[in-house]
Design a protein around this ligand. Structure first.
Ligand SMILES: CC(=O)[C@@H](O)[C@H](O)COP(=O)(O)O
Ligand SMILES: NCC(=O)COP(=O)(O)O
Length: 256
C-alpha cells in the first residue's frame, strides 16, 4: 500500500509569545507564517487561547487573510471561540483542552467525559465546512469516542512521550511510544485521519514520521527556539551592517 505524504503544520504561537513580551507588533506571527510557508510548511497552526497569552484575534484574522496554505485554528470548545471560528472560517479547527493556569496544553481533550458538550461544536463546525480535529491522548476510549462523535480527524497529543524522551526516562518513553503506535493504528482503523503534535523536536519528529497512519505533524515551540540560533548570526551581521551604514553618513567622522 502506498504511504501517504506527511504534512508539516507550523505552529506560530510562540512568535506571538515573544511579540507580547513587549507589546507592539514585532515579531509578527503572520510574517513567521509566510516565512514558514516559503520554506515548505504545508499549513499553519495557531491557538487562540481564551486568555490571549500569545495569538490574538487580529492575528487569526490576518493569518486567514494572508496565508496561502490551510489554517488550523486551535481553540477551546466555548461559545465565544466557536463564534470567532465560524466568522474566520479556517480550513480546520482543532478542539483542545485549556486551563488558564497551565504553562502549556498539558493533556488531551476528555471526549469521553464531555461528549454531550462537544457534540454541538463538532456538528456546527462540520456544517460550516470546517474540518474538525480533536486533540486527544492516545487512549483507546478517547479515540473510539472521537470516531463516534463524527470528528473526521484526531491529533494525538505527543507531549508525554516527548517529555519522557527529553528527560531520558527510557521505560516511560517506550510505554508512551507504544501508546502512540497503537492509538494511531486504532484511529486509522476507525476511519479517522490521524495527526500528531506537541513538544516534537528533530529526533521525535523523525521517529513518529515513520508511522504511516499519521498524515500531519503540528510543530511549533522547538522550531521557534531553534530558529533563534539558526538566525541569530545573520541578524547580528545585519545589525552590524546597519550601524556601519549609519556611521558612514556622519561627515568627517574619524572611525578609527
Ligand atoms: C494545543 C497545542 O499543543 C499548541 O497550541 C500548543 O499548546 C501551543 O502552546 P501553548 O500550550 O504554550 O499555548
Ligand atoms: N498541536 C500541537 C502544536 O500545534 C504544536 O505544539 P508545540 O510544538 O508548540 O509543542
Amino acid at each position: 500500500m502506498p504511504v501517504p505524504p506527511l504534512r508539516l503544520g507550523v505552529n506560530v504561537d510562540h512568535i506571538a509569545t515573544l511579540r507580547n513580551a513587549r507589546g507592539g507588533r514585532n515579531p509578527d506571527p503572520v510574517r513567521a507564517a509566510l516565512a514558514a510557508i516559503e520554506a515548505g510548511a504545508d499549513g499553519i497552526t495557531a491557538h487562540l487561547r481564551e486568555d490571549r497569552r500569545h495569538i490574538r484575534d487580529d492575528d487569526m484574522a490576518r493569518l486567514k487573510a494572508e496565508i496561502s496554505k490551510p489554517l488550523n485554528f486551535e481553540m477551546a470548545a466555548t461559545p465565544d471561540m466557536l463564534g470567532i471560528a465560524l466568522a474566520t472560517k479556517p480550513h480546520a479547527v482543532c478542539l483542545v483542552p485549556e486551563r488558564r493556569e497551565e504553562l502549556t496544553t498539558e493533556g488531551g481533550l476528555d471526549v469521553v467525559g464531555q461528549h454531550n458538550a462537544l457534540k454541538p461544536f463538532i456538528a456546527q463546525l462540520n456544517d460550516a465546512g470546517v474540518r474538525v480535529s480533536l486533540f486527544i491522548a492516545p487512549d483507546p476510549r478517547q479515540i473510539e469516542m472521537a470516531a463516534q462523535l463524527r470528528a473526521p480527524v484526531i491529533e494525538i497529543h505527543t507531549g508525554a512521550w516527548c517529555d519522557a524522551v527529553a528527560d531520558g526516562h527510557s521505560a516511560k518513553a517506550e510505554a508512551e511510544w507504544q501508546r502512540i503506535v497503537k492509538g494511531a493504528a486504532l484511529a486509522r482503523s476507525a476511519g479517522l485521519e490521524v495527526h500528531a503534535g506537541h513538544g516534537l523536536d528533530y529526533t521525535t519528529a523523525e521517529k513518529i514520521a515513520a508511522r504511516p497512519e499519521i498524515v500531519e505533524l503540528n510543530i511549533g515551540y522547538y522550531m521557534i527556539g531553534e530558529a533563534l540560533f539558526v538566525g541569530l548570526a545573520e541578524t547580528v551581521r545585519a545589525m552590524r551592517a546597519a550601524m556601519d551604514r549609519g556611521r558612514k553618513k556622519v561627515a568627517g567622522l574619524d572611525t578609527a
